[in-house]
Ligand binder design. Structure first.
Ligand SMILES: [Zn+2]
Length: 435
């Protein structure tokens, strides 16, 4: 058994290394006159792209800031309407939360923009409007320094990507390349909590299109070829409150029970198998002098195969079921509830995506900012959801990202321009493709 386990671990290591180091070679390509014209059109508009990005970034769109996302969605809808798209909104699916407070999560509406025409290929371009930065966060402004480094909340994740998409579309429109195109744009409002309220919409649209582009950030000028799957689990533990001095023995500590389970849950991380578990949030109790009656935790899972994801989820359920703190006066406590979702499927290598990356590498050489390769990532995107229902999706079309989800988030002016040029050319080529 142990030998089998070691063999599996080694095999996994080899497989994942092969994915990580996999070489995709640049496809030999030529730029057409119109493509060169579009690239020049974007290069001349550096100040416009930066001004647009500043406007986008400085509207706070933390996932729970519904008013901020509403304002941002209106701005995006206007810009897309100006490009000939018809826009509509869709309300989020309801998501209830297992926690001590309980309740529903509220999300802003998602935005869908469509342009229909007689061209053969149906393209789905997507991204998210929300960021991880709440309105009270100190990180709100965008700056550009003399080296061309852009800093700000969402400059890379992913308002930079949305500006790339918008200017690519504008360059296409300015050169008559959007005429008769079939393009749908999906911008959701809840990606940063796992697209729990937009998954059905993503799947629905993915099934109705031929190729997908997601404008999430890229790393060190690569494209992402394959991704781990992601899951999330919530635990809620109900004990019994009691006075910490006068009736300590009549309490059942939810904090103690949660602490014991967290130690067990964290042991599920297995780097050799590329499976990780992170208890990212824990809360419990309300007062120093009361035995805590409720505690909850919010847990992140990453895994290389669906079977691994299911294993992690059921392992946590087993840990939750194990008896922990025992008070013979209250044999039914603590009560432990579990909620879990494998919310982003594993994104596997896909021949059509590999081909698009190879083409992008060839084009990027000619455009002067070469993409250096394809990588394997532990981070998920909505492209994983789209591809899992059959849509080949290139999901790192956005700007080069560094320090995302922190006040160190940054990208570069060079990347903003280069990715907008590349997106214009890639989208333009896909519009006409017969399948
Ligand atoms: Zn993102």
């Amino acid at each position: 058994m142990i030998i089998r386990k070691v063999a599996i671990a080694v095999l996994w290591g080899v497989l994942c290394l092969r994915v990580a180091a996999a070489e995709i070679e640049a496809m030999p390509v030529q730029l057409t006159a119109v493509e060169r014209q579009m690239a020049a059109w974007i290069a001349e508009r550096q100040d416009d792209l930066l001004a647009a990005l500043k406007t986008h970034v400085e509207i706070n769109t933390g996932t729970h800031n519904l008013a901020g996302i509403d304002q941002y969605r209106r701005l995006l809808a206007k810009e897309l309407q100006a490009l000939g798209f018809t826009t509509r909104e869709r309300a989020s699916e309801p998501v209830s939360v297992l926690s001590c407070e309980g309740g529903q999560l509220a999300f802003a509406n998602h935005l869908i923009a469509e342009r229909k025409g007689s061209k053969p290929s149906r393209l789905l371009l997507s991204g998210h409007m929300d960021t991880v930065f709440a309105p009270q966060d100190s990180f709100q402004k965008m700056t550009v320094d003399q080296h061309g480094t852009i800093r700000g909340p969402g400059v890379a994740d992913m308002k930079g990507g949305l500006v790339v998409m918008l200017y690519a579309l504008q360059a296409l429109a300015a050169n008559g390349r959007l005429d008769d195109a079939n393009i749908t744009i999906l911008l959701n409002s809840d990606e940063e909590i796992g697209s729990l309220g937009s998954r059905q919409l993503i799947e629905e649209l993915a099934r109705a299109h031929d190729v997908g582009f997601v404008f999430e950030g890229s790393y060190q000028n690569t494209f992402t070829r394959a991704r781990k799957g992601l899951g999330q689990v919530r635990l809620k533990i109900t004990g019994r409150e009691s006075h910490a001095g006068a009736a300590h023995e009549r309490g059942v500590s939810a904090n103690l029970a949660l602490a014991q389970k967290v130690v067990e849950i964290e042991k599920l991380t297995d780097y050799a198998k590329q499976m990780t578990v992170n208890v990212g949030m824990m809360r419990g109790g309300e007062k120093r002098n009361t035995i805590p009656g409720c505690a909850d935790a919010y847990i992140d899972l990453r895994f290389p195969t669906l079977a691994d994801g299911e294993y992690l989820k059921s392992a946590i359920e087993r840990i939750a079921d194990k008896p922990s703190v025992v008070n013979p006066l209250y044999p039914d406590l603590p009560n432990v509830e579990v909620w879990g979702r494998l919310h982003r499927p594993v994104k596997a290598i896909h021949p059509q995506v590999d081909e698009l990356i190879a083409e992008a590498m060839g084009l990027s050489l000619l455009l002067g900012e070469p993409i250096v390769g394809a990588s394997y990532s532990g981070g998920g995107t909505d492209g994983s959801i789209a591809q899992a229902v059959g849509l080949p999706t290139v999901d790192s079309m956005g700007v080069d990202a560094d320090g995302i989800h922190s006040s160190r988030e940054k990208t570069t002016v060079k990347s903003l321009l280069a990715r907008a040029q590349l997106a214009a050319v890639m989208i333009g080529r896909q519009i006409d493709k017969r399948r």
